[in-house]
Design a protein around this ligand. Sequence first.
Ligand code: COA
Length: 260
Amino acid sequence: MSHPNILVTDSDGIVSIEISRRDKKNAITGDMYRAMSDALGHAREQRHVRVVLIRGQSDLFTAGNDLGDFLHRKANDPSAAIPFLHLLSAFEKPLVAAVAGNAVGIGTTLLLHCDLVYAAENALFQLPFVKLALCPEAGSSLLLPRVAGHQRAAELLLLGEPFDAATACSAGFVNRVVAADQLMDTAMAAARKLAALPAQSLAVTKALLKRPPDRSALEAMDEEAIYFADLVAEPAAKEIFSAFLEKRSPDPTKIHGNNT
Ligand code: COA
């Protein structure tokens, strides 16, 4: 799972995936996508992992796909970015991202698949696909207008100019903008909070949030009710209810089983 430019740690229920190829502005090569896919696969399979944090450093996220790789790519060459993006998009556990400095191309579009995104004041996003004579990827032509509306998405995807963290926040895909020296602590604090919550409830809530948006409120309500009926009878919920009524803290072993 290890790669010199993809630093993976696994502790306290949090897998951290750090993009680290600073001499090339963290540009991502095929091997780096594969290493990130391996890390996501590990995080998906291991029950003790509850959250994944994707990060660069406090002054740099990524300059996007390695342009040298693009230069040598032919039309039908398989792209290692695609399996990575599929894993990311279908990932059942919460994904937190910490973004600082340049976040170009996939450095911005991968955020559309994350659940909580924190950006440093120095973050600079860019979707330069048209400028590069390419077109949007990672589902961004669907996901960006969904959060930002057509005109804002069109401005960011057609003109492809860099935009700051405040713009990303108002476009709807960044939760909060913080000082650069607070970024990693902020993202890690959110990851820790998520890791302490009942994993099954998180997974069900995330799955419900990602259901197609065109269903009716009644359909959503009925689907929620099915999951709700199961969860309310689970030991985790029973322990939380009992703890409240008995004025004590819940026993984490009864909420997380052996994976505390
Ligand atoms: N792929 C490959 N190498 C890249 C790269 C990329 N996406 N982005 C930066 N690099 C390399 C540069 O070639 C340079 O390498 P060198 O020192 O061997 O010459 C090094 O990283 C530093 O880049 P530089 O452009 O000097 O840094 P900067 O701070 O002036 O600018 C960026 C940073 C991110 C604004 C600029 O590098 C850039 O625009 N990169 C391309 C982004 C891009 O188009 N990505 C593809 C999206 S689909």
